[in-house]
Design a protein around this ligand. Structure first.
Ligand code: 5GP
Ligand code: MN
Length: 337
């Protein structure tokens, strides 16, 4: 965001406003952490703020400060609709195309509010009046930290806000191990700890609350792991029946794809998860080094994301989707080997 826009936005925030904060559909720790942090921050300034999430999110995020006040659009349509309609300012966080919010898209398109996009994904759209887009950033949560920093308001970080931002950065960086983690990220994290974020407790809340069903499902997923050695590619598939057999709940497959990527010599990993209700196969893609899964997801699976982590979907059945995936690999032989 250039300084003219930033000044303008600051002007807008000088007086109490009706504000809605929107994370992407199926919000992850970063989308929700960034949204809740911004929500808590703006609320202390006297704004009337709500977080409207397109839908529900996993239980391992349901301890976060402010989480109980989130309006889940798929469960509270009327309320969400009214909030969006009445908003003067709408922040969209951790996505950059309105197609990433499902059914909420048409309500945002009809909204009269000014839009602010804060996001770190590739190829941003142009729906927002104020755009802060930086693909180099570890997470949207880190961008919210820098936004507050730019407003010269870091002294107003509360332990709750610090906790939400820490969670967002931790989850999007694979606990600070991905290449997107910079020395600056670590400095931000250090400051968040100084403002009251409890690192060990946060990590436990997110990662040490697995159900037995989830761990058994992981066992199934690992049994299903297959390798295309010629292309240094590994992939996992999970059918709806397999999910049902393990009482699948939202978020249970989070991180599974990383096991495929952890296989020695693998540079490209995928997981295919059947969703009979939505009649799609949800796909998560991960890579190491230069192989660009954002491009792969965009070109072949109607998706997008980052260079090393992206997602998409397929309307073919599970078997056909996997077959199709394998058939595409030879086109990328040079990049993959
Ligand atoms: P995940 O595989 O963890 O769901 O997502 C990895 C990254 O890709 C995230 O940054 C996520 O926002 C993005 N992503 C996942 N699915 C889609 C999709 O269907 N479309 C787009 N544009 N991005 C996606
Ligand atoms: Mn993110």
């Amino acid at each position: 965001m250039n300084s003219t826009d930033f000044e303008k936005l600051q002007q807008l925030l000088q007086h109490p406003k009706k504000i809605v904060v929107v994370p992407h559909k199926n919000p992850d720790g970063d989308a929700l952490g960034a949204s809740l942090a911004l929500y808590l921050f703006l609320k202390t300034d006297g704004h009337e703020v709500s977080v409207v999430s397109p839908n529900d999110y996993p239980d391992f995020l349901k301890w976060m400060p402010g989480e109980k006040e989130v309006v889940k659009f798929d469960q509270e349509k009327k309320r969400g609709e009214e909030l969006v309609k009445g908003a003067e300012l709408i922040f969209t966080l951790d996505f950059n195309h309105l197609s990433r919010i499902g059914e909420l898209e048409k309500y945002l398109e009809a909204a009269t509010a000014d839009f602010v996009m804060i996001d770190h994904h590739q190829q941003p759209g142009d729906y927002a009046d104020f755009i802060e887009s930086d693909v180099e950033m570890s997470s949207t949560a880190q961008m919210i930290y820098h936004f507050i920093e730019r407003m010269d308001r870091l002294e107003d970080l509360t332990p709750k806000i610090a906790t939400c931002l820490y969670t967002g950065i931790m989850t999007d960086t694979g606990s600070f191990r991905f290449a997107s983690t910079t020395s600056k990220t670590h400095r931000v994290i250090a400051d968040l700890m100084d403002h009251g974020a409890k690192n060990a407790a946060i990590h436990q809340q997110v990662y040490d609350t697995n159900s037995l069903d989830k761990l058994h499902l992981l066992g199934r997923a690992l049994q299903n792991l297959k390798v295309e050695k010629e292309f240094n590619t590994a992939y996992i598939s999970l059918s709806q029946d397999e999910l049902d057999a393990h009482n699948f709940k939202k978020g249970d497959t989070e991180g599974f794809v990383n096991y495929a990527l952890s296989l020695k010599g693998t540079v490209f990993a995928a997981i295919f998860i059947e969703n009979k209700q939505e009649k799609i196969i949800k796909i998560s893609l991960r890579s190491k080094g230069n192989f660009d899964v954002n491009e792969f997801a965009r070109t072949h699976f109607n998706g997008g994301g980052h260079k090393n982590a992206a997602g998409g979907k397929s309307e073919k059945n599970l078997e056909e989707t996997v077959k199709n995936f394998i058939a595409i690999l030879p086109r990328y032989k040079t990049e993959l080997t």
